[in-house]
Design a protein around this ligand. Sequence first.
Ligand code: F6P
Length: 322
Amino acid sequence: MAKKIAVLTSGGDAPGMNTCVKAIVETGLQLGIEVYGVFRGYQGLMEGDVRLLTVQDVKYLGNFGGSFLQSARSEAFRTPEGKAKAAAVVKKLKLAGLICIGGNGTLKGAGELSELGVNIVAIPATIDNDVYSSERSIGFDTAVNSAVNMIDNIKQTMSSNGRVAVIEVMGRHGGDIALFSALASDSNIVVVPEEPVPAADIIKRTVKLVKQGVSSPTIIVAEKQHDIKVLADEIEAATKKECRAIILGYMQRGGSPTSNDRILSIRYGVQAVHLLNNGSSTCSLAVKNDLLTTVDINEAVAEKSHFRSDMYALFRLLHDPK
Ligand code: F6P
């Protein structure tokens, strides 16, 4: 039975991380396990920025976005010396295991740290939802809901002025936020990294929409796909309609977690502590067919896409039938 474990959040924060940490601390208490919080992710682990968490610390955290443990993208941890330092801290504190909450980079770091003898349970958490091995990462549902709320607002003012909107959402390597928010907000065009669309095609489709009588088309573009300010100018020139470029940015990443994200975070958190308590060796948690399961940590970070091509096809069927 584990006596002491620790939890950290790393990479981009995601709404639900706090809910997950709360569930971990509370489960630890039930099982007689001390749960330590590592502040600032792997950077804080290397520096020994670790302290015991009490139920009082996490009491009010269930509905707060961000991460009270704070997060970091640590360059130093990527080096062999950095990982050795982190492993030494785990050993010194006599931790039976570590729970690492984060996206692909976090899970990759967890896999490498486990090779130095640290027992780890990883939990997928990223608004981008781009951890290959899991259908759902903590934070995605909230980010999509926030994006949809903002897109709805933008559509109201754009349609009142007969303007075109080009809206950039987050997701550097994965188009889930763009695709799901475009579908839910009934937007007209979506551009995702998995199905890139050249600017000329976006412009052509927008002109066609305007000709068909759509007075205020909405175009959702995943970040890094296009310079949306340039694209908006080109659309304006081609359609002779005013076109606004709007970047939703970090507004999607903060915010109170949705009930779906809270429930997912609780499921992940409780399971992670029980796994460590039962002496499980390093793994990542994942959702498959809506059920919680464990996967090999290296499978979790395989650079494969779980892009929902069925959802993309559905969007095209609705908005761009050939
Ligand atoms: O957490 C994922 C993410 O929000 C991506 O969608 C985005 O590209 C990136 O993080 C931004 O990261 P940073 O916080 O380093 O600016």
